[in-house]
Write a protein that binds this ligand. Structure first.
Ligand SMILES: Nc1ncnc2c1ncn2[C@@H]1O[C@H](COP(=O)(O)OP(=O)(O)O)[C@@H](O)[C@H]1O
Ligand SMILES: [Mg+2]
Length: 309
């Protein structure tokens, strides 16, 4: 992901991570970006008992169920632009193109029935300030633009939630409230937006026992309701920093994919290894290099459509 601010180019040389990429094989840390899954096992063929009645005609696949009926809140497009976020309905930009590439790989895994909960994606990083919220919000905006996918963006940084302020949404009850109080239905906490297919679940009130609530059996029950009857829904979790807050490693138990944001010139190799180790409950961890200022291969997305040079 390229740096979107107008920070001048560095006077010399590639970034720390870019220098490291020549000598350090990130594949030793994680699975490759496109997971090399073994072929699905052939189903066992056994003789079926003779049907007593004629089988029912196969029902046509039902369209995705849009259960979230909460109020739709407007999202200020200029506020998105000011934060260098993807602006729906605007033209093709380099940022949009970069997230198109990232989301395609995630959606492929989300649709793969062999991956357990591939539709749940954790966006994590080792430390604060490395771009988790930036990437989670941009991914959600990019995925919501898909014609047949809807997205629920969950603010899971319970101690320092920032998704609502980033999108300019009003505060309200959220995931932690629903985990802590069985009387609160998680569906009732979800905010609609005026961006088609984009929903947001706030973090809710931090409890002091967030990690314990997340580790409880109720969490799986609550998370399952977020995608019940909605096979085309993807849930993106904006994680707390892995090396600064314990909920991240517990969340890794519940997701099928993790996007590990690595900020160029900021994230060190030891921190990255440590963080990836703490998230090892998730079998599919993909690295996303954020904040690069140049491309060694000449990638310059966004300059082709309309020849904006
Ligand atoms: N690629 C990028 N281009 C421009 N600004 C970025 C980029 N990545 C992150 N930022 C900015 O850096 C700051 C920290 O990012 P944030 O997503 O809040 O980090 P985190 O959620 O990991 O704490 C924010 O102001 C964000 O807008
Ligand atoms: Mg954040």
């Amino acid at each position: 992901m390229t740096e979107q601010s107008k920070i001048p180019l560095p006077a010399s040389g590639p970034s720390l991570i870019e220098r490291a990429s020549g000598t350090f094989d990130f594949r030793t840390l994680t699975r490759p970006v496109v997971p090399d899954l073994p072929p699905a096992p052939m189903p066992k063929v056994t003789a079926a008992p003779a049907p007593v009645m004629a089988p029912e005609p196969v029902a046509k696949a039902a369209p995705p169920v849009r259960q979230f009926t909460g109020e739709r809140h407007p999202i200020d497009r200029s506020h998105l632009r000011e934060q260098c976020l993807i602006e729906p309905e605007s033209g093709v930009t380099g940022l949009l193109e970069e997230f198109r590439i990232v989301k395609r790989q995630l959606l492929r895994t989300a649709a793969d029935e062999r991956v357990k909960h591939g539709e749940r994606i954790l966006v994590a990083s080792a430390h604060p300030g490395e771009g988790k919220t930036f990437c989670a919000v941009n991914l959600a905006l990019s995925m919501a633009a898909e014609k047949d996918t809807e997205v629920l963006l969950v603010d899971a940084d319970f101690a320092k939630p920032s998704v609502l302020s980033t999108l300019g949404l009003p505060g309200g009850k959220g995931l932690m409230d629903a985990l802590a109080d069985p009387a609160i239905a998680v569906e009732d906490c979800i905010l609609g937006t005026d961006i088609a297919g984009l929903y947001v679940l706030p973090a809710g009130n931090a409890t002091g026992s967030d990690t314990e609530y997340l580790a409880s059996a109720r969490t799986e029950e609550v998370l399952a309701r977020l995608t019940a009857d909605a096979p085309n829904r993807v849930v993106i979790f904006d994680s707390p920093p892995v090396l600064a807050a314990s909920p991240a490693s517990v969340l890794a138990n519940h997701v099928g994919q993790t996007v590990m944001v690595v900020r160029a010139d900021m994230t060190g190799e030891a921190a990255l290894r440590d963080a990836v180790g703490l998230l090892s409950a998730c079998e599919d961890i993909k690295l996303l290099l954020n904040g690069t200022r140049f491309s060694t291969t000449g990638r310059r997305f966004g300059t082709y459509y309309g020849y904006k040079e």
